[in-house]
Ligand binder design. Sequence first.
Ligand code: AMP
Length: 221
Amino acid sequence: MDLVLLGAPGAGKGTQASLLGEVFPLPRVSSGDLFRAALANQTELGRKAKVYMDRGELVPDEVTIAMVAERIAEPDCAQGVIFDGFPRTVAQAQALDDLLARQGRRVDLVLYMRVATPVLLERLAGRWTCPQCGRVYHRVYSPEQVQGVCDDCHVALYQRADDTAETQSRRIAVYLEQTAPLQDYYRAKGLLAEVDGEQTIEAVHRALVEAVRAVSAGGAA
Ligand code: AMP
């Protein structure tokens, strides 16, 4: 089963993708994490991506599509994937359709988490991440037990460079311009399930699981 998580930066895609992965045994493929890993490994791809990431803009489609294509060709992705942060443009969505079609697969469901812009800004401002497991904390809404330390890995949390004030509004504007059109793209295909992303993490999770189960029960998977 191939699932896409759609939503603005701060909508909770990463958090919900990890939780979904505990219910449905599918690998989470996060294009943002792939870029950050490339950056940490000082690869050419990482250097290329950094310029865009620092500005809160999208990395060009060719680069992003090639990176994701390589990742989903790996054996652990053979039974399906939870896509987090990809696709982000209509061209990427079309490329994903082609990539999956070559393996007799297709996007089974797109989970769109709707969150109003002022809430996104508040969430992004308080967001801290574990460099090891990727778990995301929020200073107000979901704080770690010991301040600054991951509950699971016990390593120091960091604030993403692109979670700073200057890039936040840009990232949201870029989302509205380039990624929000994907709502219509997938709605037209009858694949969009819309969830109120302003509920608690647990309530959003339950709604997403229900939506996925409805699709699997319908035999679409
Ligand atoms: P994320 O962790 O998903 O918020 O992504 C962080 C940054 O990585 C974004 O602001 C973009 O610069 C870049 N990025 C991640 N995914 C994509 C994508 N699908 N297309 C283009 N750029 C992306």
